[in-house]
Each structure stands twice: as structure tokens, then as C-alpha cells.
Design a binder for this molecule. Structure first.
Ligand code: NAD
Length: 353
């Protein structure tokens, strides 16, 4: 089967880590008999340099014409002095909005070989750690009216419509069916009206998924449970602001920013897949970047947008086997095993595939 993938390399280490990801996807194509056609487009600083703006119309059209997007990262000191409206990050926010990407998925998975990097006590992570935070991206206090009244007090309105909550709740329950069939909905329903709408709606949607277990936590308790007993979680579904905070907390449990993939999904199966980290200008062009976050983002693309579970497993197993053999990029290297650069890490994972 043929899949069209928009490739937005972006800035800094973006081109390097995306190149290694394409190597791995090509390995998947060979092994499973697929065809991945890549269509490159500009975003961020690279687009500013070429066209004066961070998100050219041509890029939006290329993305719309494709089945999914792989993104490296945007930004860097070269563009830091520009006005906010044309900064590289604006390209990222723009593409999310243009394509209706309303849910952000951030898995936090601890690889046994990297257990030492986890800041939690070993007994809290025995048998590993594997959860995903499913954060709503288009509603909440970020998008409500913002103003100051005549006394100078600041206001940010917090809003959620039933339709917005239904949409993400369905997404979370469907995702749980591809995992361990457990959803934890996080809110602050003891205090906030938006959270009461959130909880009632998730409860109603949950009736359509009797095979998925569901429980409800207040956000303060959820933040505590994430460090106290993270193994209790499978899929955490939550609002924009709570998800912003909890997804950072969850991802740090795995200990290494170079390992964290993410997906931003629209209605249907369309999605944009990118590492959690930024463009790391300090190591750009030095063959030091860890490409695994982007490679694992491609595995998420295969699973969630293309429905290719075995192919996604093949990437994840290849990453695991290379780590088990002791290969480490500089960000992971702690004196043991074999230190390798970006390109060699990509070659090793592609060969393992
Ligand atoms: P960063 O994530 O780029 O880097 C933070 C630190 O982590 C740096 O020391 C970097 O070398 C290291 N690091 C990051 N990714 C790594 C990888 N794959 N392998 C090894 N080490 C890695 O964050 P920052 O320094 O705050 O931001 C740099 C630029 O990236 C800024 O312009 C920022 O706006 C932008 N940014 C972009 C995105 C995005 O495109 N999604 C996200 C965050 C930051």
C-alpha cells in the first residue's frame, strides 16, 4: 500500500533526526511491502529564510494533500529577535490550527535498558512504565476571552463545549482499545463548572465502551499519583491546561528528552508526528542528536494514522533491541555500552527493523 507523508524537517537538528526516521520507515517499507512517498515542505526558520514567513501556504497545501506529517523541530537563535507574529514557533501553532489537530498524545514509556535515567525509585517502576497522556488542544482557558477590568484585575475565561469533550473522550476510549483498555479521566469537578461538563460527558461516552475500564481523578491527585504509582495508568484523558502540565510531568518520568515521541491528531486518522524536544541548536550539525524520539513518533504514525500495528511494533522492538545491545547517543551515554552518533543510531535501528 502507498502512503503520502509530508516531511517538515524544520530547523536545528530537525533535518538530521528526520533523515534517520526516513531510513527506518524505508526499512519498514522493504520488510512489509509498503511504499512511503515523502513530500518535503518548509516550516519555521527554514521557511522564514526562504519565503519570509514561518508557514507558507504551499506547506499547508502539501500537508493537506498527504496522509500524515512528520515534523522535526523549529526555532533557533537566528530567528529569536523577530516579532512574535513571524517567529518559527508561529508556524507550529499555525499548522495545528489549519489542520484541526485537536488532541495531543504523549506516551511515556520507560525502556528497561534506560531505567537508571528514571528519577523515581526502582520499586515504583518495576515491570516498566507505559502510559499515554491524551491532551485536548483546542479549548479551555487558553482560548477563552482574556481581558483586564477597570480595576486592573486579569481574567481568562475557561470554556468547554460538550462536543469538544465528546470528541476527545471517543478518541481516548478508542486508543485504550489498542492498549490495555483503561482510561483515567482527569478534571477538577469538585470546583470547576467546565470540569463538571467534562466529567458528565466522559461518563456518558464511556457507556459506549463497556470493554474499557474508566476511573476519574482530580488533577491534584493525578499529579501526585503520577510520581507515586505511575504504573496504575494506561490512557489519561484531560483538558488543555491540565494536560499541558501532566504531560510534561509524565514524560520526565522516562528521564530523557531525546526519547519522547508525540502525535497531534485531527478528526479521522490524520495526524502530525513529532518529537517532544525542540531544535537543540547547541548540537545541530554535530551528529550528536538522538533520533529515537522522532523514530518512535513515526511508529505512532504507523499505528494511529495508518492502522499498521505490526509495523509500529517492529520500529519499537528495533529501538528496544538497539538499546538492549548497549548503543547510546551522547545524551544517553553514562560511561557504559557503545557511544554512537545520530547517523549510526539510525543505521542500527533500520538494520534491526
Ligand atoms: P530543546 O529541546 O531544543 O533543547 C533542550 C536541551 O536538550 C538541549 O541541551 C539540547 O541539546 C537537548 N536535546 C534536545 N533534543 C535532543 C535530542 N534529540 N538529542 C539529544 N539532545 C537533545 O529546547 P530549547 O533549547 O529550549 O529550545 C531550542 C529551540 O527549539 C528554541 O528555538 C525553541 O523555541 C525551539 N523549540 C521547538 C519545539 C518544537 O519544534 N516542537 C519545542 C520546544 C522548543
Amino acid at each position: 500500500m502507498k502512503y503520502d507523508i509530508a516531511v517538515l524537517k524544520g530547523d536545528g537538528i530537525g533535518p538530521e533526526i528526520v533523515a534517520e526516521t526516513q531510513k527506518c520507515l524505508d526499512g519498514i517499507a522493504r520488510r512489509f511491502g509498503h511504499e512511503f512517498a515523502y513530500r518535503e515542505a518548509l516550516i519555521g526558520g527554514a521557511a522564514i529564510d526562504a519565503c519570509g514567513i514561518p508557514l507558507p501556504q504551499e506547506t499547508i497545501e502539501t500537508c493537506r494533500a498527504c496522509d500524515s506529517i512528520i515534523l522535526g523541530a523549529v526555532g533557533g537563535p537566528k530567528w529569536d529577535g523577530l516579532p512574535a507574529e513571524i517567529r518559527p514557533e508561529k508556524g507550529l501553532l499555525g499548522i495545528r490550527k489549519e489542520l484541526g489537530l485537536f488532541v495531543n498524545l504523549r506516551p511515556a514509556k520507560l525502556h528497561a535498558a534506560l531505567a537508571d535515567a528514571c528519577p523515581l525509585k526502582p520499586e515504583r517502576i518495576t515491570n516498566g512504565l507505559d502510559l499515554v497522556v491524551c491532551r485536548e488542544l483546542t479549548g479551555d482557558v487558553y482560548f477563552g476571552a482574556k481581558y483586564r477590568d477597570e480595576d486592573g484585575a486579569g481574567h481568562d475565561d475557561m470554556n468547554y463545549s460538550i462536543a469538544e469533550v465528546e470528541r476527545i473522550a471517543h478518541r481516548a476510549f478508542r486508543m485504550a482499545r489498542q492498549r490495555r483498555r483503561h482510561v483515567t479521566s482527569v478534571d477538577k469537578a469538585n470546583v470547576l463548572e467546565t470540569s463538571r461538563v467534562w466529567r458528565e460527558t466522559v461518563q456518558r461516552v464511556s457507556l459506549e465502551y463497556p470493554d474499557v475500564a474508566v476511573d476519574y481523578l482530580y488533577v491534584d491527585n493525578a499529579a501526585m499519583q503520577l510520581v507515586r504509582n505511575p504504573r496504575q495508568f494506561d490512557v489519561i484523558v484531560t483538558s488543555n491546561i491540565f494536560g499541558d502540565i501532566l504531560s510534561d510531568e509524565a514524560s520526565q518520568i522516562t528521564g530523557s528528552i531525546g526519547m519522547l515521541p508525540s502525535a497531534s491528531l485531527a478528526e479521522g486518522n490524520f495526524g502530525m508526528y513529532e518529537p517532544v524536544h525542540g531544535s537543540a541548536p547547541d548540537i545541530a550539525g554535530k551528529d550528536k542528536a538522538n533520533p529515537m524520539a522522532t523514530i518512535l513518533s513515526a511508529a505512532m504514525m504507523l499505528r494511529y494514522t495508518f492502522g499498521l500495528g505490526a509495523e509500529a511494533d517492529a520500529i519499537e522492538n528495533a529501538v528496544k533491541s538497539v538499546l538492549d545491545q548497549g548503543y547510546r547517543t551522547p545524551d544517553l551515554y553514562a560511561g557504559q555500552g557503545t557511544q554512537v552518533g545520530t547517523a549510526q543510531m539510525g543505521d542500527l535501528i533500520a538494520a534491526a527493523i
